[in-house]
Every structure is written in structure tokens, then in C-alpha cells.
Design a binder for this molecule. Structure first.
Ligand code: ADP
Ligand code: MG
Length: 833
């Protein structure tokens, strides 16, 4: 276990102190930096000690010698190494890493030293590759090849964490590397801020991969020793400034850059904070939360010798930032790494692969023209590396595409499920109305063969902790931009750890993804389109059917309303019946009373007229009752009673007239006889009187019976009325329930209509999406064709290059043979050595 080496470098003051300052200043003494008041008294609590503290008078060579040289030596021996500069803008990070003409920086010195070390290591042979990248707004760009933008980080067992598609150059001299760096510098993102006219707005990582292998000697015959190849990675990092955004006067693009810078520096702080926790409490270390920490993962708590140079500005105005940087440095020095030599025995090492191919050539180069041939070999090596990188890039792209195809496939499946879901909904709607629709719904289920679908709630939302296991996505949400500003700066420098696990994350889904040609052919597309059209047609039919049903319901409802009003009328009429009957019976009673009183008068005085009067009276009675009977029967048959009422009245009047006329005629014709016979028949008359009284009594009884019958009938009518009322009530209830049902049906119809319109909209959207997918797919197919063409071209070029190597080899052989023939002794000597 090895601690990270942390140093602080105080840059020389740029201007004289501002007059309104308090006179605070930073003092460097014996690897300690502390803040002092104007009179020289130290301020308590603001004093920090580090492995090294460099004051304003120190130069880059001192920093390099004390901090970096060991790492460089170790890198040549096979240890990973990382050095990075951290600090606010204008504190001297770039000056430390790149230096100036008079005082070259760490990178320059490291490059020189690596080649010196390689030259001095005679028992091993080396292959050195370099690359140069920047992380700008969380995008990785290649500084050696501007066309390589937004590169992705990958991880494999053989290569560990690497940036796919990054251009690497095989180099064999320090000057070659420095020239390349100069070219790369041109492509860096700089911007002007209040604090620095040429402020680095990106993190830059200069990377050297050093592969080495023990040289074969005549004494060694065991191949296993020489098979082990050491591969070490050296990262030299110039971070962007960790200043407050407000202080740089940043706005617009600068502000966005600042937020990204602060975000990744905050993640760096979080990683460091996690790393300094005890190994047991550490738990998850959020390397994947930023590209910077992901790339530097082996250097932070992993297998690397690491040095951090924290640069600080001496000005009083920057004292807050300086304190923040010193706090960061204090935390970083507590990190321990586990460093070991990286030896690999597989074919992954480029050196091993290329070694076999060029070994023969190398043997032949010991002689004249060797320099020219070395150059030629280097060129060939670089070409081969380029081809390999290109091949790797294409393989990545293919892999990426395959993944996209899968996602695309998934997307289509989801769409299909949505459509099925819609179709199921439509079927359910249909079955609400009628059960007969069941057969239809089954038919639809069959057509799409996904009968049920349960949408997973929040299907696309994952917890950070789950998501962090996925390798290629940046798990910080974009909204992080909103808080990665002033607050972030404060938290970052106070050792705050953002609880990223508590955040709900949305994984970065690929915006464009395509299914494979096999999975997603145009035939499939057409099939899908047909399915959707069929679906649309079914839904339209469904809607029409529902409309029809609604119309039927409306008609039924109208009919029922009409029936109800008729029933209402009828009920009113029925209520009228007993009243009319009562009237009739009253009239009958009146007539009957009149007749009785007349009969009583006549029966008391006149004998001769009795029979006629009685017959007339019985006739009247009969007529009255037959009229009543007719009236009741008509009422019971449902005829209108007021008509009969009128006829009864007429009958009564008519009968009364008739009775009066009979009586008056009897009085006129029988008056003398009555007078003559009055005395003679007095006795007989009194006898007769007794008989008539009996007859009247019996007639009275009969009339009573009749009245009783009428009463009975009246009661019957009353009970009938009750029944009718009940019927009416039932009818009313039925009417109300029908009305309710109608209202429900109407509401249901409205809902269905709305659903149908929604379904139509969704279908239209789906159709649009399909079309868009189709377009994307076509574009992708074209792109693939182009890529395949390019692969073919590369293969041809590669083959021709191989052929040229072969011919070069044969040329060499012939030259060698010629040489042998010309000067056999010297050649054999050189071969022997
Ligand atoms: P940063 O990269 O931290 O933003 P720079 O390295 O660009 O800052 O430094 C800002 C300015 O300060 C530059 O002009 C640089 O030359 C100067 N500077 C920084 N450190 C030193 C130093 N130790 N000695 C001399 N000049 C320095
Ligand atoms: Mg800089």
C-alpha cells in the first residue's frame, strides 16, 4: 500500500496587493503553508502540511525532481503512474504541466526522461504509444485527431478502462512526442475569463502506454520468461480550474463549461472522500459519476503511483479558493494505492503481436542503412497500429449497433404491447355494451396475440446504486448542471459528499437505436403497418357500432317516454272514474227518492191509478239500473265516463218528465170516478191500501238490494282503482329507472367516443413513429453499407500493405544474400554478434 504524494505550489504574485486588502498573506515553511496576518502573526486553523510545499521561487524542475521523477522511472519499470495538477484558474496548473520555454513543465520533462530511461534499460525492449485527449463539457475529444469527438469509455479484461477510438501514435523519440503534443495543444478548448486570458476550459489527459519485454539473449532458452510483457500507463493531467463561477465573470458558454468543470471536480472530491474512508466503510466509490474519475480510476485508490500538485494563488483576493484547494489536498493525501507491476502473458500487448512480425526485419537491420530502415519499420508499425485501431473502432461500432438493434427491438416490442393494450381496451369497451361483442374481442386478441399487458410502474427509473453497475452510461442526471455552480463549489471544498445514491436516476437511453437487418426488415415494417391499419379499422368499426347502439338507445328511450305519458293520462282518467260513478249514483238516488215520494202520495189516495203508476215506476227503475249497468260496464271497458254521466242525467230528466205526464194524465182522466166511487169503495180502498203498502215495501227491499249491489260494484271499482294506482306507481318507477339507464348509456357513450378519439390519436402517433423509425432504419442501412465498403477498402489496403512487407522481406533476403556473397566474413560476424 502506498500513499498518494501530495504537494502544494504557490505561484508568484501577479500584481501588488490591492490597497484595501487586510494584508493577509501565505507563508511557506518546511513543507507547511499557513495564512499570516500583515504583522506576521499566523492565523490559527489555517495551516497545512504536505509532502512538499513549493514557494513562489521554485521552478518546474524542482517540482519534477521531487514529485514526478520517481513515477516516470516506475512507469518504465512497469508501474502505472499518474500526476495531476489541481487548483483554481490562474493558479499555475498549466504552467506546472506544460511549463514555459525557459522552464519546461512536467510533461516535457517526463517525456524526455522516459526515453532516457528506455535507452538506459538495455536488457529490455520497449514500445511506447502516446495519446492526448480532453474532457470538455463531459465529452471526450481526441486532441490528436479533431474528427474523433465524444468518445466513449470502455472496459475490458485485457485493456482495463480505455477510451475507444482514441488515436494512439507509436513513438520512438522524445522530440516526436513533443511535436505531437504541440499539434494537440492547438485543438484544446481555451476561453477568456476575468482571471485568465487563456484559461483551460477542459481537463486534458496526456497518456503514454509503455510496453516492454526482456531482450532475448543467447544464454536464455526458456521462452516463458520472455513471454511476460509489462504494460504501464502514465497519465499526466492538467485539470480545468476549480474556481467560483461568479468570480470568473462567467456567463453563457463559459457558465456551462464552469458547471461541467465543477461537476466533475465535485465527483473527484467525492471519490477522494470515499477513498479516504476506512476500507470497510468505503462501499461504492462513484468513479462512474464523471468521465474524469472513470479515466483516472486506476490512479485513484487503484494500481498506480500518483502525485497531485495543488497550485494556489497567493493573492488575498483568492484566499477562499486557496483554502478550498488546501482542504482538497489534505483529504487527497490520505488516499492509499496498491501499486504493482503490470505483467501480462496474453497476446493483448501490442508489442508482443508486432514483435513477432518484425523480429526478422530487426535482425536484418544490424548493418548499413539501419537508420533508414528503422524509420521505415516505425512507419510500418504506426500504420499497423492505425489499422488495428480502426478495426477496433469498427468492431466497437458494430457492437454498438448490435446493442442499438436490441434496444430498437425492445422499443418495437413495447410499441406492440402498447397497441395490444389499446386493442384490449377497445375490446373491453365493446363488451361493456353487449355480451355479443365477446367473439369480436377474442378475434382481436388472436390477431395481436398479446392478451394482457401489465405496465411496470416507473419502468425507466432506477436507483443510482443499481445503475452504477452499468458500464457505459454517465449516471449523473443532466439536471446536475443546475446545482453544479456556487453551491457545488462550496460543498466541494468543504469536503461535502453528494449522496448520489439517494438520487433517482434515469439511465441514458440511446436516442437513436436500430434493430438488426434480420430483426427489422422492411417486410416486418410493412407487416407492422398493416397490423396498425387493421387495428385502426377495427377501432373505427367499433366506434360506428357504438354509435348505432347509442341511436337505438335514444329511440327506445323516446318510445318509453311516450308510453309513460300515455300511462300517465290513463292513470288520470282512472282517477276520474269513481268520481263520475259517485255522481251517477247520486242522481239515481235522487230520482228514486222522487219516485218513492210520488208513489207514497198516490197510493195513499188513489186505487185505480196504482197499477199504472207502479208499472211506470218499475219501468223507470229498470231503465235507471240498466243505465247504471251500462255506465259501469263502459267504465270497466275503459270508455270515458263523463259521456255516460251525461246520458244518465238525460235519462233521469226524461224519466221524470214521463212520470209527471203519466201522473197528470191519470189525475185528469180519473178525477170524477174517484169522486163517485170514493164513498162506496172506502172499505175496499182501505183493504187495497194494505196490499199496496206491502208491494211498496217489497219494491223498497228490491231497490235496497240494488243499491247494495251498486255499492258493492263501487267498492270493486275502488279496489280496482287502488290496483290501477299501483300499476301507475310501478310504471312510474319503470319510467324513472329507464330514464336513469338512458342517462348512464349516454354517459357511457360519451366516454366511449372520447376513448375512440384518444385511440385514434395514439394510433396516429404510432404510425408517425413507425414512419420515423423506418426513415432512421433506411439511413442506418445506408450507413452500414458505407461502413462495410470502408471495411472492404481497409482490408484491401491492409492486404496490399502486407504484400509490400512480404516483398520488402524478400528484397531484404536477396540483399542479404548479395551481401553474403560479396563479403561473407563481415556479414557472418555481424549476424553472430
Ligand atoms: P491555470 O492553468 O491554473 O489556469 P496558468 O498555468 O495558465 O493557470 O497560469 C496563469 C498565469 O500565471 C500564466 O501566465 C503563467 O505563466 C503564470 N504562472 C503560473 N504559475 C507560475 C509560476 N510558478 N511562475 C511563473 N509564472 C507562473
Ligand atoms: Mg490551465
Amino acid at each position: 500500500m502506498e500513499k498518494i504524494c501530495v504537494a502544494v505550489r504557490l505561484r508568484p504574485a501577479v500584481n501588488e496587493e490591492t490597497p484595501n486588502g487586510n494584508g493577509f498573506h501565505w507563508k511557506v515553511e518546511n513543507n507547511r503553508i499557513s495564512l499570516h496576518k500583515s504583522r506576521g502573526t499566523p492565523i490559527s486553523g489555517v495551516s497545512f502540511a504536505f509532502d512538499h510545499v513549493f514557494d513562489q521561487d521554485c521552478c518546474n524542475s524542482q517540482v519534477y525532481e521531487l514529485l514526478i521523477k520517481d513515477i516516470i522511472r516506475a512507469a518504465v519499470e512497469g508501474f502505472n503512474g499518474t500526476a495531476f495538477a489541481y487548483g483554481q484558474t490562474s493558479s499555475g496548473k498549466t504552467f506546472t504541466m506544460n511549463g514555459s520555454e525557459n522552464d519546461p513543465g512536467i510533461i516535457h520533462r517526463a517525456v524526455k526522461d522516459i526515453f532516457t530511461e528506455i535507452e538506459m534499460t538495455t536488457d529490455r525492449e520497449f514500445l511506447v504509444r502516446v495519446s492526448y485527449m480532453e474532457i470538455y463539457n463531459e465529452d471526450i475529444n481526441d486532441l490528436f485527431a479533431v474528427e474523433n469527438q465524444k468518445l466513449q469509455i470502455h472496459e475490458s479484461l485485457e485493456r482495463g478502462v480505455f477510451v475507444a477510438g482514441l488515436r494512439e501514435e507509436i513513438v520512438n523519440s522524445a522530440d516526436q512526442v513533443l511535436n505531437l503534443i504541440q499539434l494537440g495543444e492547438v485543438n484544446r478548448h481555451f476561453g477568456e475569463t476575468n482571471m485568465n486570458a487563456r484559461s483551460s476550459r477542459s481537463h486534458t489527459i496526456f497518456r503514454m502506454v509503455i510496453e516492454s519485454k526482456g531482450k532475448e539473449t543467447s544464454s536464455s532458452n526458456s521462452s516463458s520468461v520472455h513471454d511476460a510483457i509489462r504494460v504501464s500507463v502514465l497519465n499526466l493531467v492538467d485539470l480545468a480550474g476549480s474556481e467560483r463561477i461568479a468570480k470568473t465573470g462567467a456567463g453563457g458558454v463559459r457558465l456551462k463549461e464552469g458547471k461541467h468543470i465543477n461537476k466533475s471536480l465535485m465527483v473527484l472530491g467525492n471519490v477522494i472522500n470515499k477513498l479516504i474512508e476506512g476500507a470497510k466503510q468505503r462501499g461504492h466509490i462513484p468513479y462512474r459519476d464523471s468521465k474524469l474519475t472513470r479515466i483516472l480510476q486506476p490512479a485513484l485508490g487503484g494500481n498506480a503511483k500518483t502525485s497531485i500538485i495543488c497550485t494556489v494563488a497567493p493573492e488575498e483576493v483568492h484566499s477562499e479558493e486557496t483554502k478550498g484547494t488546501l482542504q482538497f489536498a489534505s483529504r487527497a493525501k490520505r488516499i492509499t494505492n496498491c501499486v504493482q507491476v503490470n505483467e501480462i502473458l496474453t497476446d493483448a500487448a501490442l508489442l508482443k503481436r508486432q514483435k513477432l512480425e518484425i523480429e526478422e526485419l530487426r535482425l536484418k537491420l544490424q548493418g548499413s542503412r539501419s537508420e533508414v530502415l528503422e524509420q521505415e519499420i516505425l512507419k510500418l508499425r504506426n500504420d499497423m497500429l492505425k489499422y488495428e485501431l480502426e478495426r477496433e473502432k469498427l468492431a466497437m461500432e458494430l457492437e454498438e449497433e448490435r446493442r442499438s438493434h436490441k434496444e430498437r427491438d425492445q422499443c418495437i416490442r413495447e410499441q406492440q404491447i402498447k397497441i395490444d393494450n389499446l386493442s384490449n381496451q377497445s375490446v373491453v369497451k365493446g363488451s361493456l355494451g353487449e355480451e355479443s361483442n365477446d367473439s369480436h374481442s377474442i378475434c382481436q386478441e388472436d390477431a395481436f396475440s398479446t392478451p394482457c399487458f401489465k405496465a411496470v410502474p416507473n419502468a425507466f427509473v432506477f436507483k443510482r446504486s443499481q445503475y452504477s453497475r452499468q458500464p457505459d452510461c454517465s449516471p449523473l442526471p443532466d439536471t446536475c448542471n443546475d446545482f453544479a455552480d456556487e453551491d457545488t463549489w462550496m460543498k466541494m471544498n468543504k469536503g461535502y459528499v453528494a449522496d448520489l445514491d439517494a438520487l433517482n436516476m434515469t439511465p441514458a437511453r440511446k436516442a437513436q437505436s436500430f434493430p438488426s437487418v434480420e430483426d427489422f426488415s422492411s417486410e416486418n415494417c410493412n407487416q407492422d403497418m398493416l397490423n396498425i391499419r387493421r387495428q385502426l379499422q377495427l377501432v373505427t368499426e367499433e366506434r360506428d357500432e357504438l354509435k348505432m347502439k347509442h341511436m337505438e338507445q335514444v329511440m327506445l328511450n323516446n318510445q318509453l317516454t311516450q308510453e309513460m305519458s300515455e300511462l300517465h293520462q290513463e292513470a288520470l282518467l282512472i282517477q276520474e272514474v269513481p268520481r263520475a260513478l259517485l255522481e251517477s249514483v247520486k242522481n239515481c238516488k235522487d230520482v228514486y227518492k222522487d219516485i218513492l215520494s210520488v208513489l207514497e202520495n198516490f197510493v195513499a189516495d188513489e186505487r185505480s191509478a196504482t197499477a199504472e203508476i207502479l208499472s211506470t215506476t218499475s219501468e223507470i227503475g229498470l231503465r235507471l239500473f240498466s243505465t247504471l249497468e251500462a255506465h259501469f260496464s263502459m267504465s270497466m271497458d275503459g270508455h270515458q265516463p263523463h259521456v255516460n254521466n251525461y246520458s244518465i242525467q238525460e235519462h233521469c230528466n226524461m224519466l221524470r218528465k214521463r212520470l209527471n205526464s203519466t201522473i197528470s194524465s191519470l189525475v185528469l182522466s180519473d178525477t170524477p170516478a174517484i169522486k163517485d166511487e170514493h164513498l162506496e169503495d172506502f172499505q175496499y180502498s182501505s183493504k187495497r191500501k194494505g196490499t199496496l203498502g206491502e208491494e211498496i215495501a217489497s219494491w223498497k227491499r228490491e231497490v235496497d238490494d240494488e243499491v247494495k249491489t251498486i255499492k258493492q260494484k263501487y267498492q270493486n271499482l275502488e279496489s280496482e282503482l287502488v290496483v290501477n294506482n299501483k300499476i301507475l306507481e310501478v310504471s312510474e318507477n319503470k319510467y324513472h329507472s329507464l330514464e336513469r339507464e338512458f342517462r348512464l348509456l349516454k354517459a357511457e357513450r360519451d366516454v366511449l367516443l372520447e376513448r375512440v378519439s384518444n385511440s385514434s390519436q395514439v394510433l396516429a402517433q404510432v404510425t408517425d413513429q413507425k414512419e420515423k423509425f423506418l426513415q432512421d432504419f433506411n439511413a442506418e442501412v445506408q450507413r452500414r453499407t458505407k461502413l462495410e465498403e470502408e471495411i472492404k477498402q481497409f482490408s484491401v489496403a491492409f492486404a496490399s500493405r502486407q504484400r509490400s512487407i512480404m516483398s520488402f522481406q524478400s528484397d531484404f533476403k536477396s540483399v542479404l544474400e548479395n551481401l553474403k556473397a560479396q563479403n561473407p566474413v563481415s556479414v557472418s560476424k555481424s549476424l553472430g554478434s
